[in-house]
Ligand binder design. Structure first.
Ligand SMILES: Nc1ncnc2c1ncn2[C@@H]1O[C@H](COP(=O)(O)OP(=O)(O)O)[C@@H](O)[C@H]1O
Ligand SMILES: [Mg+2]
Length: 382
């Protein structure tokens, strides 16, 4: 018997994979838990939608269960455009994590801010939704006051903070980004009771920030490159989800789902969901194919827009990639695909890396989005 309330689609995408929707990542979880408890800073890098945010959220839940002294603070740089907004958000989230009671939060704001005195406002129906009013002129004089806020509170209260900063690549979009990075690093490296978990996509840019000796964040912490989830794990996961909801899928079809989207975590969940919707009781190979084609169709408008924003040589470069040309900067390929000069090939590559359309894997380059790749193959590239 299948309980009806289980009949909602058992796959999630576009939001964090938590609890029963989170699968595997055992080694990465362990490494993060170890880093959090030993207060080792972590840099977690992978392309978009491979599971960074889900992993950090999961590790945070587990770490807190094990160690009540750990306080987690989540900051997303996605919408941060200025240094001011960053400090504002940091101060706000640290205060929020510093106590559970309203009075205590206000007390902490008074006691730990040094020169700057913030105005705090609370949302009437949700006290954890605090927002902070800071005098930017004051903050500018003493930004260290904010950067050292978690360390001060941690010391005084005998707790440890883990500051998790998502979409960290956006730090490079701030005005004066190098000066900001210098300030952060100079303060953060003195912290004894606080650790940082910085994560984001744009590997190229993050590698530059964390591995070039001329950059402020050089050797800041343990760098983890998050991989996709293995095919065998996906097969097990998909079969289990079907079974729990009264449907069946054979290993071969579950495998097809994983393979059609190259084990890309977001897309595996999305394709599995669409397959599940089309399946009455038993899934067939045709259903998986249909779901895949329909997914590409749904995304085609988006893919068309992405392609329209590329130059014609960039499109030619992608064309050479999907035709499996091995030596993209060889004279032969350059002529065949009209790529200009070898210097031009380097420029094309750099632009496509920056747009997160391609990435370097080992020695070769890959197209990151498996469905974009499939779509490119279906359209008639000139
Ligand atoms: N461990 C996991 N188990 C199952 N699905 C996952 C897992 N990690 C990620 N996903 C899938 O990938 C999607 C994107 O994950 P997310 O953590 O937001 O990636 P990122 O932060 O790297 O962009 C999730 O919505 C979910 O569908
Ligand atoms: Mg994320």
């Amino acid at each position: 018997m299948v309980d009806l309330h289980f009949m909602a689609a058992p796959f999630v995408f576009g939001k964090l994979a938590v609890e029963k929707n989170f699968t595997n990542r055992k080694q990465e979880l362990e490494r993060l838990l170890f880093n959090f408890s030993s207060l080792t800073s972590t840099i977690l890098i992978s392309p978009r939608r491979w599971g960074k945010s889900s992993l950090v959220a999961k590790a945070a839940v587990q770490a807190q269960q094990k160690n009540k002294k750990l306080k987690f603070c989540f900051i997303d740089l996605f919408n941060i455009r200025t240094e001011e907004q960053f400090y504002q958000l940091l101060a706000q989230q640290v205060l929020k994590a510093s106590a559970s009671k309203l009075e205590e939060i206000t007390e902490n704001a008074k006691n730990f801010f040094g020169q700057i005195i913030p105005k705090i406002s609370f949302s009437p129906d949700n006290v954890s939704e605090i927002s902070l009013g800071l005098d930017w002129k004051e903050v500018k004089k003493n930004p260290d006051d904010i950067l050292n806020l978690p360390e001060k509170i941690a010391k005084a209260k005998g707790v440890n903070f883990v500051i998790c900063i998502d979409e960290f690549q956006n730090i490079a979009e701030l005005p004066n980004q190098l000066a900001v990075q210098k300030k952060l690093r100079a303060n953060w490296q003195k912290h004894q009771n606080v650790t940082y978990c910085l994560y984001g996509s744009k590997r190229h840019m993050l590698m530059d920030v964390f591995t070039s000796s001329s950059m402020p964040f050089y050797k800041f912490g343990d760098i983890i490159f998050l991989e996709k989830i293995a095919e065998t794990d996906w097969i097990r996961f998909i079969k289990k989800k079907f079974k729990e909801t009264g449907k069946t899928i054979a290993s071969s079809e579950a495998k097809a789902i994983a393979q059609l989207v190259e084990c890309h975590p977001y897309y595996v969940q999305q394709l599995a969901q669409q397959t599940w919707f089309r399946t009455n009781v038993n899934c067939s190979a045709e259903i998986v194919q249909d779901a895949h084609e329909s997914l590409i169709l749904q995304l085609s408008l988006l893919f068309q827009t992405i392609t329209d924003e590329l130059t014609s040589t960039q499109v030619n470069y992608l064309k050479a990639m999907i035709r499996n040309e091995k030596h993209l900067s060889s004279k032969h390929t350059i002529e065949k695909y009209n790529l200009g000069t070898s210097a031009n090939v380097l420029r094309i590559r750099k632009a496509l890396l920056k747009k997160e359309i391609i990435d370097k894997q080992g020695k070769s380059y890959i197209i990151l989005d498996p469905l974009y790749k499939a779509w490119l193959k279906t359209i008639n590239l000139r």
